[in-house]
Design a protein around this ligand. Sequence first.
Ligand SMILES: [Zn+2]
Length: 82
Amino acid sequence: MPIYEYQCGACNHEFEAMQKMSDDKLTDCPECNKPELKKLISASGFRLKGSGWYETDFKKGAPAKASTSNTGSCSSGSCGCG
Ligand SMILES: [Zn+2]
């Protein structure tokens, strides 16, 4: 069952709710009882808290570099990996 994260637009209360996909989204804040809830994102898989996150903030894939492997491919030990 997916977990949804809600934030109240009136009191900023945040909470998570387990709901079926077929359930209507929540609207009433359990803290202040105002119908100000906004659904944030599904918290399944990863979790984002707080502000400052926007859908457009995803980084474009950085160019792949394969030079960061430090799994000891040198045999002399001169690189310090041994
Ligand atoms: Zn509230």
